[in-house]
Design a binder for this molecule. Structure first.
Ligand SMILES: [Zn+2]
Length: 196
């Protein structure tokens, strides 16, 4: 199984930062993505960064790269996880929404199983109050027509790892233990999915 880890945005992407500008999403996404890939490789899995560049790679090109793997290896033999930090409001002021969430494309696909496994791992590390989504109906993921989810042919999910526009969440995003837990939850969730 080829495990592709995507890091959203680039150093040239406007916005995508904390209201005070001290936290840059592209940098965080890359740090987390690199940590996930390194750990999965240490454990013997075939993991790879989808984007090696620091500049923004357009979504169409990222999907083209992912789909090239899917066509070469078979669509059942590739998964993609796109790493992000969430934002709320106009970007220039601190806001209340916080927490971790996972997104899939619309409809039931294998991506929903991957999303479930990631959510269960997130629950283990951060507790129920930190997870956005509805545990009650058994459907924890949000379904959105995000480009990278819609235009990739293998199972793909996108995680929004807490809010860079919330002061409490940002403390977690900037802490070593917070970042390590975010890396660990992805590694554990992915391995759980692969054992299905
Ligand atoms: Zn993002």
């Amino acid at each position: 199984m080829k495990i592709l880890i995507d890091n959203g945005h680039g150093q040239n992407t406007p916005g995508k930062r904390s209201p005070d500008g001290r936290f840059l999403e592209f940098k965080f996404n890359r740090e987390i993505a690199a940590g996930i890939v390194a750990d999965l490789r240490d454990k013997g899995y075939d993991a790879e960064l989808l984007v090696e560049e620091d500049d923004d790679v357009p979504l169409a090109e990222r999907c083209r790269r992912a789909n090239a793997y899917s066509r070469a290896l078979g669509k059942e033999n590739v998964i993609l996880v796109s790493i992000h930090a969430n934002a709320f409001g106009n970007g220039s002021e601190w806001t209340k929404p916080r927490g971790w969430s996972v997104y899939t494309s619309k409809g039931q696909t294998k991506a929903d199983l991957l999303a479930d496994d990631l959510a269960m791992a997130a629950l283990k590390y951060f507790g129920k109050q930190a997870i956005r989504g509805d545990f009650a109906d058994g459907d924890i993921d949000y379904e959105e027509g995000f480009y990278i989810l819609k235009h990739t042919i293998s199972p793909a999910v996108l995680t929004e790892n807490f809010f860079m526009t919330n002061e409490q969440d940002l403390q977690l995003l900037e802490s070593q233990s917070g970042k390590q837990s975010i890396i660990d939850l992805h590694v554990e969730g992915i391995i759980e999915y692969l054992s299905r």
